[in-house]
Ligand binder design. Structure first.
Ligand code: AMP
Ligand code: MG
Length: 406
């Protein structure tokens, strides 16, 4: 049995060394993809000093002599203004360029327009007021987004704001999934006696959709050695393959011998709860090379937790994210337990499903690794060391689900 930290130290560097290739995609296709290069702005944003208000562009020094002004030009957004004539003001609108010679904008609510069109100002303008400076958002030459960023909607908008139409991103990963278990049935079909629905594959597919990968599914694989080998081999051209179930040492568990036959088992059994029977290895390709392989436990909580803690960061790293970006251990927070945990596991660290609110963690009553509602009704995992007992009020380490899947 390997410690979780040791497993991560063993496998994450493998993914870092084998980051996939790069492709160019149009900006609108870039959502959810991982940037393959730093993006540097060629522009100042905004390009010009511009007005933050509808109002009047003025030279504040002119206000020493007078308070009543002629409007010498009108500057809507998109216009290219002339220099401001001394002793006059310019009508200006939000986003329009400040005319040379003006150093301040007075909002229209602070002026009176006389019947002859002259403008009277109610207050003395301060130099610089209501001017949005060129480059105050982004300066030309600045790294706007670093390599390894997984692009969300705001990132895509930021790239649009500097005029980027195409970006270099990691090639889309191909991830194979298979659910082993002769008891499994697909939703949409009635359950026969002894059957249960295959939920693990749905959890993974949902989690994988956030990673913007191509998912290849062979569906349900019955518990027999030949079928397991055949399913694994059929997915060998994927970048990574994830299976659930059949990974212990029961007579009906065929994943371990199958991976030893069609590839290599590199690690097996992790000292964590939920999730002990976890296999890591690879599946050989006929034409050379291999696909990474994760054999996750069948229990739904174990499979989902192992996916989030071990597999998801590995897939992120294959796409060129950095360890600092994906290591959830760097984003753990301390929360105060509102529960007691008095019979800890002495041989495995434990991840307890909790609901955290205002820094206080409430324990989901049923911590069985078969109870998927424990994940649905919690928002974080408390990480306990082997043998760690908890009394109400103790501070414990917790990782929130939002930090596991970002
Ligand atoms: P196993 O790891 O094959 O021993 O399975 C452990 C438990 O998880 C058993 O109760 C299985 O019925 C259940 N299980 C296995 N695969 C799935 C799946 N794809 N979806 C939901 N439950 C599963
Ligand atoms: Mg099974």
């Amino acid at each position: 049995m390997i410690e979780l930290n040791d497993l991560l130290a063993q496998i994450w560097p493998l993914a870092v060394q084998q980051t996939v290739g790069i492709e160019q995609v149009e900006l609108k296709q870039a959502l959810g993809r991982v940037l393959a290069q730093d993006v540097i702005s060629m522009l100042d944003v905004p390009q010009h000093d511009n007005s933050g208000m509808d109002g009047y562009a003025v030279r504040s020094a002119d206000f020493v002599a007078q308070r009543q002004f002629e409007v010498s030009q009108r500057i809507p957004a998109g216009a290219s203004p002339d220099a401001l004539l001394p002793g006059t003001v310019a009508r200006i609108f939000t986003g329009a360029p400040i005319p040379p010679g003006a150093d301040s904008v007075v909002m229209q609510e602070d002026v009176q327009v006389l019947c002859d069109g002259q403008i009277v100002f109610n207050a003395l303008p301060k130099a610089g007021q209501w001017i949005r400076r060129a480059g105050e958002d982004i300066a030309a030459g600045q790294v706007v987004l670093p390599k390894g960023t997984r692009l969300d909607a705001i990132h895509v908008g930021l790239l649009a704001s500097i005029g980027v139409a195409e970006v270099a991103v990691a090639r889309r990963l191909k991830v194979g999934v298979m659910a082993t278990g002769s008891e499994l049935q697909s939703p949409g079909n009635p359950l026969k006696a002894g059957q249960i629905y295959n939920s693990n594959e749905y959890v993974w597919c949902g989690l994988l959709s956030a990673l913007n990968v191509d998912v290849v599914s062979v569906g349900i694989v019955p518990d027999n050695f030949e079928a397991t080998c055949a399913a694994l081999e059929s997915l060998a051209d994927c970048d990574a393959v994830i299976s659930s179930g059949g990974v212990s040492v029961g007579e009906e568990d065929h994943v371990k011998p199958a991976i030893e036959k069609v590839g290599e088992l590199r690690s097996w059994k992790v000292a964590m709860k939920p999730g002990k029977p976890i296999a890591f290895g690879h599946i050989n390709r006929l034409q050379g090379g291999y696909s990474w392989f994760f054999g996750l436990p069948g229990n739904p909580v174990s499979s989902a937790v192992a996916f989030k803690l071990i597999v998801k960061p590995f897939l992120d790293l294959l796409q060129g994210q950095t360890v600092a970006q994906v290591d959830w251990r760097l984003r753990m927070q301390q929360v105060q337990a509102e529960f007691a945990w008095l019979k800890p596991d002495e041989r495995r660290e434990e991840f307890l499903r909790v609901h955290v609110q205002s820094g206080k963690a409430r324990l989901f009553a049923n911590q069985s690794s078969g109870v998927l509602t424990s994940l649905a009704q919690s928002n974080g995992l408390v990480r306990l060391a082997k043998g760690q007992v908890v009394s109400p009020g103790d501070w414990v380490d917790c990782v929130m689900y939002r930090d596991l899947m970002s």
